[in-house]
Design a protein around this ligand. Structure first.
Ligand code: 6CS
Ligand code: FE
Length: 300
């Protein structure tokens, strides 16, 4: 098998064996300006510093109800459950995630291209943006499992070939996020430091990584250093709010043993100047429902 030679220099090597390493981020976090709007300088500065920002009441009560009804309908549709883009929880077989919903579902296609979100993503990334990935995370009551600590960019670099962390995610809360039902946790400031993981990427890794990530998960020692250095912000908030976070934030969420689901819709915007090349550390590219090859600018 011929080795893949990258024309693009790998500034973020990972999963090459050896020892875990921490590499300083080589790229700016915010590439747009306050003048470009809609966010002011203070908001952009906060994002640059912490790696995330919160938006109270991004969507209306009517939109929230519409999204919730759609969530219920999708989770109960046997065809959706059997689809390869749907991931179920290991034990309960309840729906854990549904990927690619900006392509397969008109309700979520619309919000994914809404200027309230796209204009913010364009401003942060300083360019036109397209949707790299979308998914609904259900985190159902009682059986919703955790998402262990990780950097999304580390996966998207290793397995999807995303060259730099010039990508931003938005998580729109469709249920109330309490301290106790598995809200998103972010280490503020961790996005400026890239953890180069050790284990190599197995063949068809996504078949297990979307249920329980293995390759790319940082080692406990480095995670402890990060937690000591950056702390852990627990992002509680009412349904309808949203969190935008840099692709290289160290983040996680705990399991949900409460009766209250923690469901969100998650959309990833990548700069059109940062489109994927060959994977940097995987035997083959992941399927299109995880890493879109449609670079049409969002919002159109
Ligand atoms: O592998 C991925 O692309 C997904 N995995 C996680 C744990 N977060 C980001 C992304 O949706
Ligand atoms: Fe993630």
């Amino acid at each position: 098998m011929t080795a893949t030679v990258h024309e693009v220099t790998d500034l973020y090597p990972t999963r090459q064996g050896g020892e875990p390493r921490v590499i300083p981020r080589q790229d700016p976090v915010v590439q747009g300006t306050a003048e470009q709007g809609p966010m002011d300088a203070e908001t952009l500065c906060g994002f640059d510093e912490k790696g995330y920002l919160t938006i109270d009441q991004l969507i209306t009560a009517d939109e929230l109800q519409l999204f919730r009804d759609e969530l219920k309908r999708l989770a109960e549709d046997p065809e959706v459950k059997a689809d390869e883009r749907t991931v179920v929880e290991a034990k309960s077989n309840e729906v854990r995630s549904i990927f690619d919903i900006h392509k397969t579902n008109e309700v979520f296609r619309k919000i994914a291209n809404d200027p309230r979100i796209v204009d913010r993503a364009r401003q942060i990334l300083g360019s036109d943006v397209y949707i790299h990935q979308s998914r609904i995370n259900y985190k159902p009551g009682f059986v919703g499992k955790d998402f262990t600590w990780h950097s999304d960019f580390e996966t998207w670099h290793a397995e999807d070939g995303m060259p730099t962390p010039r990508a931003v995610s938005i998580s729109i809360s469709l249920t109330d996020n309490y301290s106790f039902n598995g809200p998103l946790m972010i280490m503020p400031g961790s996005h400026k430091h890239y953890i180069s993981a050790v284990d190599k990427t197995p063949e068809n890794n996504h078949k297990q990584s979307l249920v329980m990530q293995g390759a790319g998960v940082p080692d406990p020692e480095t995670l402890t250093e990060f937690a000591d250095k950056f702390g852990i912000d627990v992002l509680e908030g009412p349904a309808g709010g949203a969190i935008m976070f840099d692709s290289n934030c160290m983040h996680a969420s705990n399991g949900n043993v409460t009766p209250y689901p923690r469901s969100n819709v998650f959309i990833v915007y990548n700069s059109v100047e940062n489109t994927p090349v060959e994977p940097f550390a995987a035997p083959q590219p992941r399927p299109e429902f995880l890493s879109s090859r449609d670079f049409t600018p969002a919002g159109s």
